[in-house]
Ligand binder design. Structure first.
Ligand code: PMP
Length: 290
C-alpha cells in the first residue's frame, strides 16, 4: 500500500516517524477522512475547509494550499486500484523535544495520508438498522476540532461494542437531567425524526460539523422535508419515531434499537429510506459531473 509522508509517496512499511513526533507524544494534531467514489474525492472542498478550521483551532499553520492538497489527494487516490476509497489525512505539530508548549522556533508539521478501500454499509444493516446506547459525553469543549486526540471517543465506542452496539449517542449532562441534551455519536452525527420533522443538533463547539450532516440537511430541504436545527433533549430520544446516524464512511444508517428498546416500531423508517435513496442518487450525480 502506498502512503504519503512529508512530501513522499512510499510503501506503508517504509513510512517512519520519529518517536518524539508530537502526535505520538501528545496527540497534538488534527485529521480528516474524505470518502472517494469512482476515484473522485467527495465534497473535497468542504473537507479542506473543515481541515483549515481544525488547524486554526489548534494553531498549526496549514502546510499546503487547497490546490496542493487536491493534487496530493488525487495522486494518492491514483496509487490505489479501488474505485471507492477513503482518504485519511493527518497533520501533527511536528517533532520536538518533549514540552507541552509549542516548539520555539516552530518545526515543520508532520503530514501523513493513506487511502483504504471504502466498504459500504451492509445491506442487511440497512434493512434491519443498528443498535446504539447512550453515554455521558465526557469529551472536551472543542469537539468542533477534528483532533487526533481521540481517547474519549475510543473509550466511548468500546462501551458500545462491549454492549453489542454499533454506536454510542453522546449526552451532555446538565444539572437538571431533564435539560440533558445529545451532541453526536462517537464517530458520527445523529438526527431524530419526530412527528415527520427531521431534528438535528446545532453545529457548535460540542460537535463535529459533519460533512455528511450538511449533505443530509441539504437533501432534506430539497425534498421538502421539514427540518429543525435545535438542541435535542435526551428524553426526546426515547419517543423518537426514527434515529439516524451519518458519517463519511457509514453514509446514513438507521438506529432501530436504543438502550435495549426499539426506536419507533423497531424498523428503519420512511424518512431514513427517503434520505438514504436521495444520498445514493446525489452521490452518483456528483460523480458523473465532469
Ligand atoms: N462526529 C464525529 C465525532 C466523527 O468522528 C465523525 C466522523 N468523521 C462525524 C461526526 C461525521 O462527520 P463526517 O460526516 O464529516 O464524516
Amino acid at each position: 500500500m502506498t502512503v504519503y509522508l512529508n512530501g513522499q509517496f512510499l510503501p506503508l512499511e517504509e513510512a517512519r516517524i520519529p518517536v518524539l513526533d508530537r502526535g505520538f507524544i501528545f496527540g497534538d494534531g488534527v485529521y480528516e477522512v474524505i470518502p472517494v467514489y469512482s476515484k473522485r474525492a467527495f465534497r473535497l472542498h468542504e473537507h479542506l475547509v473543515r481541515l483549515q478550521h481544525s488547524l486554526d483551532g489548534v494553531r498549526i499553520d496549514n502546510p499546503h494550499s487547497v490546490g496542493e492538497w487536491a493534487a496530493l489527494i488525487n495522486t494518492l487516490i491514483s496509487h490505489h486500484q479501488h474505485e471507492d476509497q477513503y482518504v485519511y489525512l493527518h497533520i501533527t505539530r511536528g517533532v520536538a523535544k518533549r514540552d507541552h508548549a509549542f516548539p520555539q522556533p516552530a518545526v515543520a508539521p508532520t503530514v501523513f495520508m493513506m487511502s483504504n478501500p471504502l466498504t459500504h454499509p451492509a445491506a442487511e444493516l440497512l434493512q434491519s438498522g443498528v443498535s446504539a446506547i447512550t453515554a455521558v459525553d465526557n469529551r472536551w469543549l472543542r469537539c468542533d476540532i477534528k483532533s487526533i486526540s481521540l481517547l474519549p471517543n475510543v473509550l466511548l465506542r468500546q462501551q458500545a461494542v462491549d454492549a453489542g452496539c454499533a454506536e454510542v449517542i453522546l449526552v451532555r449532562v446538565e444539572n437538571n437531567d431533564s435539560d440533558s441534551f445529545i451532541t453526536e455519536g462517537s464517530a458520527s452525527n445523529i438526527f431524530l425524526v419526530r412527528d415527520g420533522i427531521l431534528l438535528a443538533p446545532p453545529k457548535d463547539n460540542l460537535m463535529l460539523p459533519g460533512i455528511t450532516y450538511d449533505v443530509i440537511l441539504e437533501l432534506a430541504a430539497a425534498a421538502g422535508i421539514p427540518c429543525s436545527v435545535r438542541r435535542i433533549l435526551k428524553q426526546e430520544l426515547y419517543s423518537a419515531d426514527e434515529i439516524l446516524l451519518t458519517s463519511s464512511t457509514r453514509e446514513v444508517m438507521p438506529i432501530t434499537m436504543l438502550d435495549g428498546k426499539p426506536v419507533g416500531n423497531g424498523r428503519p423508517g420512511p424518512l431514513f429510506r427517503q434520505l438514504h435513496d436521495r444520498y445514493q442518487h446525489f452521490k452518483r450525480e456528483v460523480m458523473r459531473k465532469p
